[in-house]
Design a protein around this ligand. Structure first.
Ligand SMILES: [Zn+2]
Length: 343
């Protein structure tokens, strides 16, 4: 079996950032350094600025922190770092590698040979979302303040209903349900209401496995076998950007960040998408994300375009353009036309 420890550390860093402890240990899984025998990074189990934590480059990929002395197997480390239950570390490995390449999948099957029954990617019970929706009855005022915040960002009630946006009045956060392509609830993203808040802006509840999740894709997937099949989507960063485009009649999906993963590309293809209009945030990180995404999508055989932001004034994302009344007036161009950057 082949695990690329560097790639795995990238995945772990991606998942770690969503945890509340990700805020107190922002260096975890950063500062990569290849010693020949180990891939070193900063330890996820304590804060540090120098990489003391290593994953062995050889099977069975032991993990060892030379600072705190942690010693464990890779699946246990994943469970400890991501606060998963026993056995879920394997799920994380499988979901990371199962969609990537067939050979890796089968190697992984060998690895976990006697744990075949634990293959299912964890999901979030639909009843959890129902409970969150019902929490409205405990504090209608807070619910309304959440909804009016969203209306203030330009959203109509029908858009909010379509995407099942609600308020968890217990944690006082807006709730964005995140579903798989086939509609299964995987996790909910919670966001503080408004722009003045203390502590974490986002909290997630549910499965930590998110790399195959494309927000909004389950609506498109449903149409796949109908005459209304959608073959082309705008790809944006956040759920609110996705909803902004939906509201003006442009099919869109959000990749929940600026990194497009292969698992997400596969889901797009399974939903029947053939052409993607990239429109990540209008900043440095978004630009890098779009360049990486263009390569990945192009290799997967999709047609890749980019949506041009107006040069002045500067708009950050789809939601700002929605509010400026410009979101449906943007120019899209094929990235092959400017080939040099992407090829
Ligand atoms: Zn350590």
């Amino acid at each position: 079996m082949h695990i690329d420890p560097k790639q795995l550390i990238e995945e772990l860093r991606f998942s770690f950032q969503y945890l509340s402890k990700g805020l107190s240990n922002p260096n975890a899984f950063t500062g990569l350094n290849d010693t020949g025998e180990w891939i070193m990074s900063c330890c996820p189990l304590h804060t540090e600025s120098r990489a003391s934590f290593g994953i062995s480059k050889e099977s069975p990929y032991h993990c060892n922190c030379f600072f705190c002395g942690y010693l464990g197997t890779i699946d246990n480390l994943i469970e400890n770092a991501l606060d998963l239950n026993e056995g879920e570390g394997i799920n994380f490995l499988v979901s990371t590698y199962i969609f990537e390449e067939k050979s890796r999948t089968f190697d992984m099957v060998d690895y976990i040979d006697n744990r075949r029954d634990k293959y299912v990617i964890p999901y979030l019970e639909e009843s959890k979302l129902v409970t969150l929706k019902k929490s409205r009855s405990k504090n209608e005022v807070l619910f309304q303040s959440g909804m009016s915040y969203m209306r203030g960002r330009g959203f109509k009630d029908c858009t909010l209903e379509t995407y099942e946006i609600c308020v968890d009045t217990k944690t006082e956060m807006l709730v964005f349900p995140q579903r798989t392509r086939t509609g299964q609830l995987r996790f909910v993203q919670k966001r503080k209401i408004g722009n003045n808040y203390h502590g974490a802006k986002f909290i997630n509840e549910g499965s930590t496995i998110k790399k195959d999740i494309v927000f909004g894709l389950h609506f498109i997937n449903k149409l796949r076998t109908t005459t209304n099949r959608i073959k082309r989507v705008r790809m944006v960063e956040s759920p609110t950007d996705c909803m902004s485009n939906y509201q003006i009649g442009i099919p869109a999906v959000s990749i929940n960040g600026r990194i497009l993963f292969r698992n997400q590309v596969r889901e797009l293809q399974l939903a029947g998408i053939e052409e993607v209009d990239l429109m990540l945030d209008n900043d440095k990180a978004g630009e890098k994300g779009m360049q990486d995404a263009a390569i990945l999508l192009d290799r997967a055989g999709l047609i890749v375009n980019r949506v041009r932001y107006p040069s002045f004034p500067v708009f950050k994302d789809s939601n700002e353009l929605l509010n400026a009344g410009l979101l449906d007036r943007l120019v899209t161009y094929n990235v092959n036309l400017i080939g040099a950057i992407f090829k």
